[in-house]
Design a protein around this ligand. Structure first.
Ligand SMILES: *[C@@H]1O[C@H](CO)[C@@H](O)[C@H](O)[C@H]1NC(C)=O
Ligand SMILES: *[C@@H]1O[C@H](CO)[C@@H](O)[C@H](O)[C@H]1NC(C)=O
Ligand SMILES: *[C@@H]1O[C@H](CO)[C@@H](O)[C@H](O)[C@H]1NC(C)=O
Length: 213
């Protein structure tokens, strides 16, 4: 990719996602799509909610009300395709459901180095659609959902907000809380891992080993 096209991509993506170009690509776990790694850090949202999918209400660009069913490991049970991470469903006509982002092409952007000691960490997961045949322009294959995570020490329980739809077919969700699966360290035991949203405890995680270190 040329420098110009990288800059252009960043500008375009920044329309609905700030800070992306200042973050790094994390490594998604090969077995658990709800977990990703940085350098000696683990991000894990498996227990962000008690049961997936979680239903979030929000407005579409067309002004209609929708339910957005999010499941970080897929199987929304609403969209047929089990590889769907976000299934958008019309409230007035529940049979109308759209895949608003797939699990398998997901990208995690966050702090790769030093995340465990960072205050008020933020990171993003982007769920693009698996692309479809460009000769069939009907909205399939062009949807994308961005989930923005903000560690906020003042919010006890994870707070999930559906921000709605940006022009065009770009959906955004914000997750805030003091314990939302972020890399963390226990200041007493010095155990490193991630903050488990259900218990508030630091769970030790396996780390990527830097083969160059
Ligand atoms: C990982 O962290 C170690 C220790 O801080 C550092 O020396 C190394 O350069 C980092 N690796 C990468 C790929 O950033
Ligand atoms: C972290 O966020 C809290 C709540 O928004 C704020 O009070 C605090 O100053 C922030 N800390 C840092 C280091 O930015
Ligand atoms: C930190 O470790 C101590 C000692 O093992 C434990 O009692 C405490 O619950 C831990 N705190 C968190 C937030 O994991």
């Amino acid at each position: 990719m040329s420098q110009t096209s990288i800059i252009l991509s960043c500008v375009l993506i920044s329309i609905f996602l700030t800070n992306l170009c200042w973050a790094s690509l994390l490594l998604v776990d090969r077995k658990n799509p709800c977990r990703a790694y940085g350098n000696a850090s683990v991000y894990d949202i498996t227990n962000l909610v008690k049961t997936w999918p979680v239903a979030l209400k929000g407005t579409g660009f067309d002004g209609r009300e929708y339910i957005y069913w999010w499941s970080c490991a897929g199987k929304t049970r609403q969209c047929e395709d089990t590889n769907t991470a976000i299934c958008q469903q019309r409230i007035d006509e529940p049979v109308l459901r759209f895949n608003a982002g797939n699990v398998s092409p997901q990208l995690w952007f966050g702090l790769f180095n030093g995340a465990v000691v960072q205050n008020n960490l933020t990171w993003d997961i982007i769920y693009p659609n698996l692309q479809s045949d460009p000769s069939l322009i009907d909205g399939t294959g062009i949807r994308v959902t961005v989930v923005h995570f903000i560690v906020d020490p003042n919010i006890e329980k994870p707070l999930l907000t559906m921000n709605g739809e940006n022009k065009y077919t770009e959906y955004s969700i914000t997750v805030r809380g003091k314990c939302i699966g972020q890399p963390a360290i226990n200041r007493t035991s010095f155990i490193q891992g991630y903050c488990d949203p259900q218990t508030g405890q630091i769970v030790p995680g396996p780390y990527m080993i830097d083969i160059n270190a």
